[in-house]
Design a protein around this ligand. Sequence first.
Ligand code: PCD
Ligand SMILES: [Cu+]
Length: 808
Amino acid sequence: MKDEITREERVDNLKGMGCSRKRVEDARFTQGKGNYVDDIKLDGMLFGDFVRSPYAHARIKSIDTTAALEVPGVLAVLTAADLEPLGLHWMPTLAGDKQMVLADGKVLFQGQEVAYVVAEDRYAAADGIELVEVEYEELPVIVNPFESLKSDVVLREDLVAEDGSIPDGAHGPRKHPNHIFTWDAGDKDPTEEVIANAEVVAEETMYYHRTHPCPLETCGCVASMDKVNGKLTLWGTFQAPHAIRTVVSLISGIEEHNIRVISPDIGGGFGNKVGAYPGYVCSVVASIVTGKPVKWIEDRMDNLMTTAFARDYHMTGKISATKEGKITGLHCHVTADHGGFDACADPTKFPAGFMNICTGSYDIPTAYLEVEGVYTNKAPGGVSYRCSFRVTEAVYFIERMIEVLAIELNMDAAELRRINFIKKEQFPYTAALGWEYDSGDYHTAWDKALKTVDYDGLRTEQAQRVEDFKAGKTRKLMGIGLSFFTEIVGAGPVKNCDILGLGMFDSCEIRIHPTGSAIARLGTISQGQGHATTFAQILASEIGLPADSITIEEGDTDTAPYGLGTYGSRSTPVAGAATAMAGRKIRAKAQMIAAYLLEVHDNDVEFDVDRFVVKGAPEKFKTMKEIAFAAYNQAIPGIEPGLEAVSYYDPPNMTYPFGAYVCVMDIDVDTGVTEIRRFYALDDCGTRINPMIIEGQVHGGLTEALAVALGQEIAYDDMGNVKTGTLMDFFLPTAWEVPNYETDFTVTPSPHHPIGAKGVGESPHVGGVPCFSNAVQDAFRPFGNRHTNMPHDHWRIWRTANELGLHD
Ligand code: PCD
Ligand SMILES: [Cu+]
């Protein structure tokens, strides 16, 4: 036997789980060799663009397309009247509502799609748009959901019966024409009773403002109908390509096998690219009508004003406790502003997503949540934006309620959290609002975080700062932001999670080639997360072939197994599990082949890193490379040739990553300028596949958290005009605002996931927003602040200081 490398070297060669393998996709991205939707150029390709409504609420009296059609290069102008005969002027939303593809008689938000101009190039399309003459009759505008529920102005006339009665919606009875649903969880009466009789109660109302994921690449698609073969190919920025294929089939009547959906490289998704947009439908129709490929790409304003907003939750909470600080009950009421159509991307049974995770990381015996969805004259959407289904809202809510309760109790907020954490031995833990948390060790994480930042030292310093401020020695306050979050990711068990009736499992299919390299295809799609790197690592460890010899492919419905896509940090919990399971099927077959080759019984060989060895005789082995070759080269009795496997994985539960964050911030009370001195983030996502990618995910999520907490907002005026529709007004942090992040971790594996991994992509955002916000609020706590709403931009902070009398 030739000189052998050590076992350790064999492990290293695989670049498997736990290795900070460099991202294989970056060679392409950093050299400008990515292939994004807008890079797709087909012969004779046309361009489509929208005429959009300048009004937030108006009746459409007429649309005159004559002048537009005279523009050289303009080929067609589609309006609702053209789509109606095809039944395509409205489309279903993911939330069980329907949405106008092109304005049908009225518009409900500024920027709404009114007509679709198809031209030979972008410029002609832009000129054509200018010349479509639309006559609007303005209607009263409602941008406040509370007023909406009281108003006589009916926004969705299509949802009121002729006799004036209000038919039920997708989520039950509706009490007002502008009401979408009321959804609740938990025990109402017992919760109210506990709170009524409690020793201490804290109450607070907070508004989690509307914002937007604003990915670098906007949404877009290219539709190409091949009339000869009856095949439609649709390239697009889709976070869920298979679901898009099914939706396109259902609404167009084209059979699903004749539709091929391809998500090429995607320049960030963040939830913005989950839903189905009018641009997709119009491009498909235009391609069918013209017989040519049609491209549609949003510009930045289109993106910010019309596709998938996030948040817009008005939340009122009551939290009760004993004098010693043991929480006894939690009550939460939400008024959710969904805009003109309910186009939230949540699992069907959860119209407010997983908002019922709002008891957070705490052992709260009784709780009740009620969410009311309301129509207003704002853009539709309601995507996650780096939080699986409203978990950012839930965690912000509870982490603010904890701070407010700490004020009420006159207690340290870190200590209040510690007293109430779910204990390690309580897992699996069933929360009052129904979820079963799989695993956690909150006290260990919290203690590690507080120790690392020297929490007590920080509080001493802060007290000194307050004294100095009062003594006129400084104009800067110091805030210590705390947050402890529990995420819920990995939707999900098919028994309670589906989107449009499609169960939320996911999949992986592996083919091992004769020479011992492989391709694996998944039902998910990377938008920058690095799946090509990390899923190969899972397989490397499972099947003993080097990650560098494994190609990961996603996003082509003609080749990938069916899956529900990438959002809600579900790729690792669901597709990652499918990958491990498919790998294990490969290994099981490899074991039989190895035993045959080694002339022993199947049970007498065991897997070791990259080979099967005969038990007790480690010098007798067959490497996975040898086994792969044998699978194609030898006739093995009782075993089919080839080495392939597929797994469709329906997870038994979600995974519950968690984390402990601390932010130290200085605030200049005269300018409202914030300076982040320190940000410490401890994340526990169970088994870690690629520590470097995890760190990158944490940096990205924290930066988006900073954005949302400190300035990013989609704001409307009373007329329903979007005030922040460009990057001049919509805050995107740059290197200038972003602090140095200190990352840390603990590892508490998920007990039900085959490799123990939980998701991580959303966590830093979910935990980050309350941490930044709490830092601002904490700085003002010694001066009587209880709660101020985000975004904490310099002006709002200045105003808080002013209202607290700090400028006197
Ligand atoms: N334990 C663990 C976990 C995880 N990981 C890694 O990390 C990542 C992530 O993961 P996850 O968590 O599972 O997730 P996904 O599913 O993959 O993804 C999703 C997410 O992701 C994040 N991140 C990111 N990044 C980037 N770059 N880009 C983007 O876009 C994005 N987005 C965002 C979002 S928003 Mo949603 O949609 O709202 O719902 S959701 C989300 C990948 O790679 C993985 O593999 C590892 O390593 N380990
Ligand atoms: Cu919804």
